[in-house]
Design a protein around this ligand. Structure first.
Ligand code: GDP
Ligand code: MG
Length: 163
């Protein structure tokens, strides 16, 4: 069985960049425009002898009330429901936001393993960069740089160990 890894997080944290890294494709749209990836987007990746499915989700707005944001949240909820492991991507440069905390609540309720990836961590001190994210309660945050590929392999190995 291929485990399904679902990438969740608010817009612009680097989910699609990580998707590309994990699937080694340029399929996911990456852009500076928040919320560009509006649908669920599927790819297959390989780590050593294991293969896995990756689902990229659009920006997740748990408190969205109307329009495209509601649809994006609906898609993200559906993706979470089909995930074996949830990769919660946050932006270490922006720091912890109230929106991250809302998403964390949703992920806790999902009852699935959550891995916290603190992205945009190239060229920083990992400990100080990730310190404030401990309070989300998902254990040790993993500092990665999706754009530069740093820490991604280690995180992937850790996730796949479970399956
Ligand atoms: P998404 O909305 O969560 O899918 O985010 P994207 O993958 O589209 O990335 C949003 C922006 O963050 C883009 O400008 C990316 O180039 C940038 N980005 C993504 N990963 C990294 C990273 O590891 N380091 C830095 N510095 N920028 C990144
Ligand atoms: Mg995206």
């Amino acid at each position: 069985m291929k485990p399904t890894l679902v990438l969740v997080g608010r817009p612009n944290v680097g989910k699609s960049t990580l998707f590309n890294r994990l699937t080694r494709t340029r399929d996911a749209l990456v852009a500076d425009m928040p919320g560009l990836t509006r649908d669920r987007h599927y790819g297959i990746g390989r780590g050593g002898s294991r293969s896995y499915l990756v689902v990229d989700t659009g920006g997740f707005e748990p408190s969205a009330k109307e329009g495209i944001m509601v649809e994006m949240a609906r898609q993200a909820e559906a993706a979470i429901a089909e995930g074996d492991a949830l990769v919660f991507v946050v932006d270490g440069r922006t720091g912890l936001t109230p929106h991250d905390k809302q998403i964390a609540d949703t992920l806790r309720r999902a009852g699935r393993p959550v891995y916290l990836a603190v992205n945009k961590g190239e060229g920083v001190n990992r400990d100080t960069f990730s310190a404030e994210f401990h309070e989300l309660g998902f254990g040790q945050p993993y500092v990665i740089s999706a754009a530069h590929g740093e820490g991604v392999r280690g995180l992937l190995d850790l996730i796949l160990e479970r399956f």
